[in-house]
Ligand binder design. Structure first.
Ligand SMILES: [Fe+2]
Length: 294
């Protein structure tokens, strides 16, 4: 099993022939990690200073640029923050160019979400098991239901000291689902409306979101699975870009410091093959619709 697919693109708008294009689309939607070892995010001389923890407000884990333009989690003077924002914005623009070039049919439905600079070392971070991203998981967030929308992420290791971003990548989504779906608990009647009304969730949690959260928690809680499930360790070296559907690919961030990340949202219907989406996979197994119900 090797869930990493390497391509040798070295530009953010690469020229791509139709065979390679089909390979990239199939890899992404089938739940592989697209790895581009020769696509660095190049910092200007003046921007290298931003690879430091000192620009964090130390309240947030990441420095984030919202799609509406707000910069969150950063600390510095107005001039410094302006330059920092410009750097993160450039990453956002380049990641958008890349996704638009590789997956042109996504463009009309692609929604840009947050862009982040992740300045802290991953290793040694202590947290509850649910928040521990050193354990294999697929992304699902208690307060932020996606309602089936895909989470497409473009990462780049910008570490200036030659250090890799080390991930573990787990088995294919459907293999994990077969093991844990029987244990997944449903919401109680009225729970989704209540949580939304109380502001616990940003929008209504759907039966799909509930299952994805349960899978996230069950997988993270199972130390035997964490140690012994099929998996591979991957070193993403500085200068590497990688693209992944983080709601589909089992991943764990083991170590590394200084990474750029762009999140996109995409409705499952906008995929080349919608049936590969987690919501469609789960609906096929359960035999019922898992989307929004009133
Ligand atoms: Fe994650």
């Amino acid at each position: 099993m090797n869930l990493i697919r390497k391509f040798d693109f070295n530009e953010w708008s690469p020229k791509i022939d139709s065979v390679t294009s089909q390979q990239a689309i199939a890899a992404l939607e089938d739940g592989f990690v697209i790895c581009l070892p020769h696509l660095p995010f190049v910092l200007g001389e003046d921007e290298k200073r931003f690879l430091s923890e000192r620009w964090s407000d130390h309240k947030s884990k990441n420095i984030s640029l919202r799609p509406q333009g707000g910069l969150k989690g950063a600390f510095g003077s107005a001039d410094e923050l302006k330059a920092l924002r410009a750097m993160i914005q450039r990453y956002s623009d380049q990641a958008t160019q890349l996704v638009s070039t590789l997956f042109p049919d996504y463009v009309p439905n692609l929604v840009k979400a947050n862009t982040s600079l992740r300045p802290f070392e991953v290793e040694g971070r202590v947290s509850s098991y649910r928040k521990d991203d050193k354990r294999l998981h697929t992304d699902a967030f208690p307060s932020n239901p996606t309602q089936g929308t895909r989470l497409l992420r473009v990462f780049n290791n910008v570490n200036p000291n030659g250090r890799p971003r080390v991930w573990r990548v787990g088995e294919p989504f459907d293999a994990m689902v077969k093991k844990y779906l029987p244990q997944a608990k449903n919401m109680f009647p009225g729970q989704a409306s209540l949580m939304h009304k109380l502001g616990i969730t940003k929008r209504k949690r759907t039966p799909y979101d509930q299952l994805m959260l349960q899978l996230h928690d069950l997988v993270k809680a199972d130390m035997d699975y964490q140690r012994n499930a099929p998996q591979q360790s991957v070193n993403f070296m500085p200068g590497t870009t990688w693209i992944v559907y983080s709601d589909q690919v089992l991943h764990a961030a083991m170590s590394g410091q200084y990474m750029m990340e762009q999140t996109f949202h995409l409705p499952p219907e906008a995929l080349y093959r919608p049936e590969t989406s987690p919501i469609k996979v789960l609906e096929a197994i359960k035999g019922i619709a898992l989307g929004l119900v009133d």
